[in-house]
Design a binder for this molecule. Structure first.
Ligand code: HEC
Ligand code: HEC
Ligand code: HEC
Ligand code: HEC
Ligand code: HEC
Ligand code: HEC
Ligand code: HEC
Ligand code: HEC
Ligand code: HEC
Ligand code: HEC
Length: 307
């Protein structure tokens, strides 16, 4: 994240947080909002902040733990420490820890709490599409996967390690990766986020990288990308997933269909129609199609994809 951008964001957020309590207090007209915003710009909001040292006096446990997280330095340097997320805390302190005078994440909706995080993280490339993501759309928020105070994984402040974090909600995906043939996610060789950006993408299924959905596969299978002198049309038009499953399969090579010939013949049915069915017969000898049509993803030498 670019800290410079973040600083601007923080200011915007501070402006919001400053007049939020005012709004709750009954000042809700547009005029009052303007006044609040103006007085913020004048810089007289500082009194509403207590400062991290004050928070420490009553929340020592939280503070100690927080010291070791990436937010400690960054929110102190560019924001208000604890109050960057929890909002100005002077009233909370004056009230001897009045819970109604501080933003508690427990009482926020997922949308509201994610919005707070996005006030700083929204500009980052990875999270910038979060509000349009399938996760946000299903009321999954930042705090379902991350925890600033109680993270189980030091890296990225995750609430559980991967892929267990994901399997907790995606049972059928777990089953897919349990199949005999699978990308070795459980074995730690490949990660969900090699292929997905859980924070949202412009593509379907939150799959990484544009412009073609298959770019995600070419990252590791560059040899399948071509261009080839003789392209096998569906590889280009329908993509890898017309023949393969991305997660796991009971069929070798992650194929969708148990026998290669059945898969080919789904498209290559009739010798008279495009795509033309094979002129050769369907005797035993011809059933293992890729024995002969070996370069099935495209070839520079053979228009029928021989080696
Ligand atoms: C005078 C002691 C005191 C100080 C100083 C103080 N708090 Fe609290 N705070 C409490 C008490 C008591 C509670 C209610 C019990 C609890 O949840 O720990 C509380 C609750 C909270 C909660 C709500 C917890 C929940 O239920 O989700 C948050 C958030 C919080 N404090 C943040 C802060 C921050 C940020 C600061 C510094 C600006 C701060 N507190 C300073 C005493 C204090
Ligand atoms: C990056 C945003 C962020 C910052 C900065 C932050 N908090 Fe929190 N705080 C949260 C979230 C989110 C929760 C909900 C629990 C969780 O997910 O960890 C929370 C929960 C709490 C609670 C409720 C009790 C608990 O253990 O969950 C207290 C009290 C609290 N924070 C105090 C503080 C204090 C004190 C600081 C500064 C030392 C601080 N927070 C800094 C986001 C933040
Ligand atoms: C005041 C601005 C600010 C707010 C609000 C904020 N963050 Fe951060 N966060 C940062 C900065 C700065 C960093 C450190 C730079 C970075 O890694 O992007 C960071 C780092 C992180 C990291 C990366 C940790 C790592 O090890 O890679 C996660 C995850 C994260 N924040 C989640 C959250 C969540 C969840 C919330 C809301 C509860 C939140 N942040 C609220 C500023 C903020
Ligand atoms: C479905 C789970 C999930 C949700 C929801 C989620 N994250 Fe993440 N986040 C992850 C995982 C897994 C990683 C590590 C892999 C990666 O970098 O994509 C991560 C990485 C990060 C990082 C560090 C990597 C980086 O460079 O950006 C930040 C910061 C972050 N998330 C912030 C957020 C914020 C803010 C939200 C809410 C707007 C959020 N996340 C929502 C799972 C999630
Ligand atoms: C708190 C529950 C929860 C967690 C944790 C979670 N997800 Fe999700 N995820 C959902 C929900 C709900 C949806 C939307 C409904 C659906 O498509 O299943 C979703 C959607 C998705 C989608 C888009 C599916 C589509 O049809 O467009 C992908 C990809 C995804 N999640 C990946 C992940 C990954 C990777 C992780 C782990 C880093 C993860 N999720 C963690 C609940 C979760
Ligand atoms: C090798 C790349 C790759 C990996 C690794 C991967 N996915 Fe996917 N995932 C995809 C593709 C591609 C799709 C879209 C499949 C389709 O539409 O035919 C997808 C679809 C999904 C969907 C939508 C529902 C479905 O099954 O089609 C979810 C949810 C999902 N993935 C979650 C995960 C989780 C959780 C992990 C890690 C445990 C993971 N994925 C790992 C590539 C991958
Ligand atoms: C992060 C790297 C990575 C990405 C991205 C990736 N793969 Fe793979 N893939 C591998 C590795 C490594 C293997 C080797 C098989 C193994 O032993 O796990 C493999 C094997 C395969 C196999 C052959 C399995 C076998 O039994 O030989 C197929 C088919 C495959 N991938 C298809 C895809 C498709 C389709 C995509 C895009 C949705 C994709 N891969 C994305 C790393 C990746
Ligand atoms: C028309 C169907 C079809 C399409 C589309 C397709 N494949 Fe395949 N692929 C196959 C068949 C059939 C095999 C098994 C070949 C064999 O067993 O000899 C295979 C094997 C593989 C293998 C393992 C053996 C090898 O050659 O490395 C990988 C990896 C692979 N495909 C990746 C991809 C990727 C990536 C895409 C998308 C660019 C893709 N495939 C698109 C049919 C297809
Ligand atoms: C998703 C549909 C689809 C699948 C599955 C498929 N193909 Fe194709 N194939 C095509 C299309 C479309 C063409 C282009 C034919 C045309 O332009 O008339 C083609 C072209 C070919 C050609 C070149 C034919 C020529 O003379 O131009 C061969 C050989 C071929 N496929 C073999 C196979 C084999 C072997 C398999 C199974 C491993 C297979 N195909 C699976 C759709 C498919
Ligand atoms: C023993 C080797 C072999 C096997 C196995 C094989 N083919 Fe062929 N295939 C050929 C030969 C030889 C040609 C003619 C090539 C030429 O015209 O130069 C051909 C041509 C084709 C063509 C182009 C149309 C035509 O007939 O000229 C298609 C499509 C095709 N095969 C599909 C398949 C499918 C589908 C399978 C599996 C059911 C399969 N082939 C199995 C050797 C084989």
């Amino acid at each position: 994240m670019k800290i410079g951008i973040c600083r601007v964001r923080i200011l915007k957020w501070v402006a919001l947080a400053t007049f939020l309590p005012l709004l709750l207090g009954g000042l809700s007209g547009a005029q009052e909002q303007k006044t609040a915003a103006r007085s913020m710009v004048a810089g007289d909001d500082a009194s509403q902040y207590a400062g991290v040292e004050v928070c420490k006096t009553c929340h020592e446990g939280i503070y100690k733990n927080f010291e070791n997280t990436p937010h400690f330095q960054t929110t102190l340097k560019d924001g208000h420490g604890c109050e960057s997320c929890h909002g100005p805390g002077a009233a909370h302190v004056a009230g001897g820890g009045d819970v109604s005078k501080i933003v508690s994440f427990k009482s926020l909706s997922r949308e509201e709490s994610s919005k707070r995080c996005l006030s700083c993280h929204g500009e980052s490339h990875k999270q910038s599409r979060f509000t349009q993501s399938a996760h946000a759309g299903s009321d999954v928020g930042c705090v379902d996967c991350h925890s600033p105070h109680h993270a189980k994984e030091e890296q990225h402040l995750l609430v559980a390690s991967q892929p267990q974090l994901c399997y907790g909600c995606h049972a059928s995906t777990k089953a897919d990766f349990g199949k005999p043939f699978h990308h070795r996610v459980n074995e730690g060789l490949v990660e969900c986020n090699d292929c997905h950006n859980v924070h949202g993408t412009g593509t379907v299924r939150q799959v990484r990288t544009l412009p073609s959905g298959d770019a995600v596969c070419f990252k590791c299978h560059a040899d399948k990308q071509g261009p080839f002198v003789y392209e096998h049309v569906p590889v280009k038009t329908e993509g890898c997933s017309s023949c393969h499953t991305a997660h796991g399969s009971t069929n070798p090579r992650l194929l969708r269909v148990s026998q290669v010939n059945l898969m080919c013949l789904q498209c290559h049915t009739l010798p008279t129609q495009s795509p033309i069915g094979p002129a050769h017969n369907q005797s035993q000898k011809y059933q293992a199609c890729t024995m002969c049509h070996e370069a099935i993803h495209g070839s520079n030498f053979s228009n029928v994809f021989f080696k």
